[in-house]
Design a protein. Structure first.
Length: 86
């Protein structure tokens, strides 16, 4: 369920809305736990993630980080502050 929520958020049809929601929440895109806890990936996703073991949580974090790097460059440029390291 967590993996599918991430896939849905980063799908070409929904990725821009997801990025806008992260901006509105005042978060950085790489702060997975904060994005998750704010409910930006779905309301019940955080509870499902918490029930996973440490190894599975690590794999989900890696999948999330890999997914955000696959966002088209035009959107990454438009939302450069989300991707900035500072």
């Amino acid at each position: 369920m967590v993996r599918s929520a991430i896939q849905t958020s980063f799908s070409s049809a929904k990725v821009e809305d997801f990025l806008k929601s992260v901006v509105r929440a005042g978060l950085r895109i790489r702060d997975f736990e904060l994005v998750l806890n704010k409910g930006l990936l779905g309301t019940s996703v955080s509870a499902t993630y918490a029930r996973l073991g440490n190894g599975d949580q690590g794999q989900i974090r890696e999948f999330y980080l890999a997914s955000l790097e696959k966002v088209p460059s035009e959107l990454r440029t438009r939302y450069y502050r989300l991707y900035a390291y500072y």
